[in-house]
Write a protein that binds this ligand. Structure first.
Ligand code: ADE
Length: 418
């Protein structure tokens, strides 16, 4: 079996971490048990490009239990947990190509190695596998039944491909399932982003001016958690509706040019580039802390920041101090990459359980229904979304109420009024 990981001797530690996460992943576990019995993925080769974490490990175990051969590479150079990668190879027979801190060339060579396994189904987090297949390995398209995409940024890239007529095989936008984006994006990004900032800096958020750029599901989660810890949250938005939501959620709303002058901690989570730029660094307070929780490291203009700095020094784990020529210092966390994965462990297992239950069930769906799937970006089938919600409720021991026949009738009729 081919693989490239940092150190296989880390496998025992990785196995413990994978088992720890699995305790919180009851939905994925129940799907794994069914897959073991039914083997719905027999004959499938899955090429996955995901954050190599203990939660991803439990997804890979589930796909392998269903009969698939799984190859995995990282979807970000800083998100790999090396012990988990080692255990996946050593204990679970998964072909892993990823090393924490790998450079750009190694990152892409690992995607290439994953594709050498000739996947029949892809799973992406950020669309790097699909774009590599379309631009560099088009010969693989003939084998591909379909793919899944995990994240908002990836879905945006895929929709652009589909609109250009460039997309050549069907993809399911797992990100857009209700049981994914309303939970993983809000609760997962919300908690893990704050976790990353706190692990990197150990600062007190109470009383701080925390600027959140972007008020989508992820930004809403980050802002809510920062507010809960006593921060004064300032939201930067371009969309009128989201700006209004932020204002009525109790946050101040202002343009980045104004927020730059008062912010003490800045978090970008927009999915767009150059959100915090040179003119903003120029007016920031001494000691401002910057980080990003959007998929790519393009939201903070790192080139300008480096140009403005007389010196850059690593002062704590994944924390760099940029000493500017005018005497101020600006701190950057996680090299401007996803702070929740670079400085912490990503979203907690309990919420990844829902995201990866969707991934597992959509993989099965593609294996069974590929002949009827058109070449476009598909929504997650409603039955899958509903099933994940029900299974999660069951796993949490929560019972729902049911409508009486009288209530059913009332809801389906238009005759009754005041
Ligand atoms: N994305 C965010 N958090 C994650 C995690 N813990 N595992 C895999 N992908 C993630």
């Amino acid at each position: 079996m081919a693989y490239d990981v940092a150190d296989l001797s880390l496998a025992p530690e990785g196995k413990l971490r994978i088992e720890w996460a699995d305790r919180q992943m009851a939905v994925v576990r129940s799907i794994r048990e069914r897959f073991e019995a039914e083997k719905p993925l027999t004959g499938q080769r899955i090429g996955a490009c995901l954050h190599v974490t203990s939660e991803t490990a439990n997804l890979c175990r589930t796909l392998a239990a269903g009969g698939a051969e799984v190859s995995l590479c990282a979807s970000n150079p800083l998100s790999t947990q090396d012990a988990v990668a080692a255990s996946l190879v050593e204990d679970f027979g998964i072909s892993v190509f990823s090393i924490h801190g790998e450079d750009r060339d190694t990152y892409y060579s690992h995607i290439a190695a994953t594709l050498d396994a000739q996947p029949t189904i892809t799973i992406d987090d950020g669309c790097d596998v699909i774009s590599t297949i379309h631009s560099e390995r088009p010969e693989l398209i003939g084998n591909l039944l379909g793919g899944m995409e995990e994240t908002t940024t990836g879905v945006i890239r895929l929709r652009a491909m589909a609109e250009d007529g460039a997309l050549k095989y069907p993809v399911i936008a797992v990100n857009d399932a209700n049981t994914k984006c309303l939970f993983d994006n809000f609760y997962g990004t919300g908690q893990s982003t704050i976790d990353g900032i706190l692990r990197a800096t150990n600062i007190l958020l109470a009383g701080k001016n925390v600027v959140v750029c972007g008020y989508g599901q992820c930004g809403k989660g980050v802002a809510a958690r920062a507010q809960g810890l006593g921060a004064r949250v300032i939201v930067v938005e371009v969309d009128p509706l989201q700006g209004l939501r932020a204002a009525m959620d109790g946050h101040q709303v202002m343009p980045i040019a104004k927020a730059a002058e008062v912010g003490e901690v800045f978090i970008t989570v927009t999915g767009d580039r150059s959100v915090i730029r040179k003119e903003h660094f120029e007016v920031m307070r001494d000691g401002a802390i910057l980080c990003n929780s959007g998929h790519f490291d393009v939201e903070i203009d790192l080139v300008s920041l480096a140009e403005m700095a007389a010196e850059k020094k690593r002062v704590r784990h994944e924390t760099d101090a940029y000493s500017l020529v005018d005497g101020r210092t600006i701190f950057l966390l996680g090299e401007g990459r996803l702070v929740n994965l670079a400085s912490a462990e990503g979203h907690p297992a309990s919420v990844m359980d829902m995201s990866f239950a969707n991934q597992s069930l959509c993989t099965e769906y593609v294996a069974k229904n590929h002949e009827s799937l058109t070449v476009t970006v598909h929504r997650v089938p409603e039955e899958i979304d509903a099933q994940v919600a029900l299974l999660k409720l069951q796993a949490m021991g929560i019972e729902l109420d049911t409508l009486t026949p009288e209530q059913e009738e009332y809801l389906s009729s238009w005759h009754m009024g005041t």
